[in-house]
Design a protein around this ligand. Sequence first.
Ligand code: ZN
Length: 321
Amino acid sequence: MTKILLSDPDKLHKIRKKQYETNQAYRLSFLDKKTKYYKKKFTTRRNCPVCNHKDSIILFKKDGGVFVKCKKCSMVYLNPVFKDKALIDYYKNNSDNQHLACIQSPKFYTSIYGAGISMINRKLKKKDLHILDVGCCSGFFLDMCKKINWQTIGLELNKTDIEIAQKNHEIWSTPLESIKTKKKFDVITFWDCFEHLKHPKKILTKCFGLLKKKGVIFFQIPNSDSFAAKILRDKCNMFDTIEHVNLFNKKSFNYLIKKSKYKLIKIKSVIDELNVTKKYLNYEDPYYGTTENLTKMNFLNEKNIHSNFLGYKLQILIQKK
Ligand SMILES: [Zn+2]
């Protein structure tokens, strides 16, 4: 199980890259043809979303967006960023086709989602948990939760995904910030979703009100300190200049939690991305092609990647104080 978890299958990248290319025309419609940046009417400037510091260094420009890194807490974020309305419209109409990825790589997803379930179970040690999965896509993860008798609710904005997910689960289709409910949850999960949300502190506050006493939040988020991201920079899929507005690393996530009403339970580096990185270092397209005939780079191994928190993603569990 761990083996699958640690190596992201190549075909998954092909789906991701194809999706990115499919959406490219729509993305380009936001571009100001003169400046080659996103049109000002769609975007707004901001301070660091974690520590509110003003100063940052520019990492790079990609498509029409600019990624910067906070000089204080090392958070990587898009600045300027799309206005809330523009982002919500985008998600409603653009499915990320996660359901196709799950269908094509069920082993990978069963394994990685299973790791999340284990992390939650180890902390809560309770049956029939009430779970809210934010950004539930087509509900693949919630399906797994239902099989172990958890009470499931999903939150999703995309019309295509809602249609699939609501066959098996109750689905809420408004942004988390505007949810009004008396329901309380043992666990709230954000699988590859938290990086899409512009206001992390507001989200944590909102979740606090939705969680039961000692409730937990599980995150899987891209790691801006990952070896793959640092090697590939603007060529890395992580840097999506519309959707991935906030890219955390261990330091900036700790900073976010430090002044909150949560305590950190566990933070773990997952998905080594070694095939992608090695292909790139071999002068090949990192996301296409085979991994045969790669120059041996034995010093790049899973152990070194994860023991240094250089994995492509972080899995994190925090609990209400
Ligand atoms: Zn900061």
